[in-house]
Design a protein around this ligand. Structure first.
Ligand code: FES
Ligand code: FE2
Length: 367
């Protein structure tokens, strides 16, 4: 166990009313990042996007999670699978970007796979050691929950189980939200910084004075449910806020008057409102860089096209405001003086504490 991991355990064992942040090295040290890849990232469930990005059989999109190129495909029976985007001949990726196909033909020597990853054809292969049935594409463990597609890169995977979060969200009918926008960007920040930033209400009024302060001021942020592997808080709206789409019929007054922000550790952060669902999937590239894929979805036909365009523009602005702060933060986190600072109380930064406890538990058990 590295000395940084020992520091993490010490910070996690502080009483919760004296919680402290973790020092800068946790966000900048490449060696520690490699430890995280093995202990946390390769063993966790990661959101890759929404099921309605690939509505029809043969539709696919690709992703790169850590060192693994992934091919996410809707099969003929409508099931979604996550395959290794790595040809079984000599390792070429089989597809790029997004698209729709009946089969995947490798661009190098034309080995051909069906939508299940079964090898259909390998031209001129007479080698006695070749058996087509042993050359299917590797299939990763995947799971669908609330319209999100998840993958776990570990072969010994713990099941994806979040019953209390499922209950918290049930009235929103998250699975019914329809995709309106997808965007990908590279941010120069550590993956944990974005999880922490998205999940704390403390910065809302300071960083987003024009975009979010009127909707979700810091002073109204309230911690919600936490459980193993997730945390959440309510970004409450002021009482006089006009209704922004009705959302599901079972939503309570409280649920309509807030955005429910949650994170499924380690890399997904989400804002769930009555009519709007924004999810960020974080793909860590190295200690100081991530790819962010974010999707914006709307409830049923609640919002018209121009309102959706306004919401997309608003979220682009909000994300840029956060990105600008996080990229500056990443530079100063390398400082010798970027130590462990006190966290604000539960309603504002208790979610950061939840994340910390989860990180520490993973290092302790190495599960
Ligand atoms: S690497 Fe794919 S066919 Fe050769
Ligand atoms: Fe923010």
């Amino acid at each position: 166990m590295s000395s940084l991991s020992t520091i993490l355990q010490d910070i996690a064992s502080l009483p919760s009313d004296r919680a402290m942040g973790i020092p800068g090295a946790f966000y900048t040290d490449e060696e520690y990042f490699h430890e995280e890849v093995e202990t946390i990232l390769r063993r966790g469930w990661h959101s890759l996007g929404r099921v309605d990005e690939i509505p029809n059989s043969g539709d696919f999109f690709t992703a790169q999670l850590l060192n693994e190129p992934l091919l996410i495909v809707r099969q003929s029976d409508a099931e979604i699978v996550v395959l290794a985007n790595v040809c079984r001949h000599r390792g070429m990726p089989l597809a790029e970007g997004t698209g729709s196909t009946k089969r995947f033909i490798c661009s190098y020597h034309a080995w051909t796979y069906d939508l299940d990853g079964i090898l259909l054809r390998a031209p001129r292969m007479k080698n006695a050691g070749f058996e087509s049935k042993n050359c299917g594409l590797y299939r990763h463990n995947s799971h669908i929950w609330n319209g999100f597609i998840y993958v776990n890169l570990s072969a010994e995977v713990k099941p994806f189980e979040h019953p209390s979060l499922t209950d918290l969200l049930s009235n929103y009918e998250t699975e019914k939200f329809k995709l309106a926008h997808v965007e990908e960007e590279i941010w120069n920040t550590n993956w944990k910084c974005l999880v922490e930033n998205f999940m704390e209400g403390y910065h809302l009024s300071v960083v987003h004075p024009e975009t979010l302060h009127d909707y979700t001021p810091t002073g109204l942020a309230r911690k919600l449910l936490t459980g193993y592997g997730f945390t959440s808080y309510a970004a409450n709206y002021p009482k006089n806020t006009p209704q922004r789409g009705l959302g599901g019929p079972n939503l309570t007054e409280d649920e309509r008057l807030r955005s429910t922000l949650f994170s499924i550790f380690p890399t997904q952060v989400v804002s769930q409102a009555a009519s709007l669902l924004v999810s960020l999937s974080i793909f860590p590239l190295n200690a100081g860089q991530i790819k962010v894929k974010w999707t914006l979805s709307t409830y049923s036909n609640d919002l018209d096209e121009s309102t959706i365009a306004d919401r997309v523009a608003l979220w682009q602005k909000v994300n840029q405001e956060d990105r600008e702060k996080l990229e500056r933060l990443q530079v100063s986190l390398s400082s010798y003086h970027a130590g462990s600072g006190p966290l604000a109380e539960d309603d504002y930064e208790g979610t950061i504490r939840d994340f910390q406890l989860w990180l520490a538990a993973h290092y302790q058990t190495k599960e």
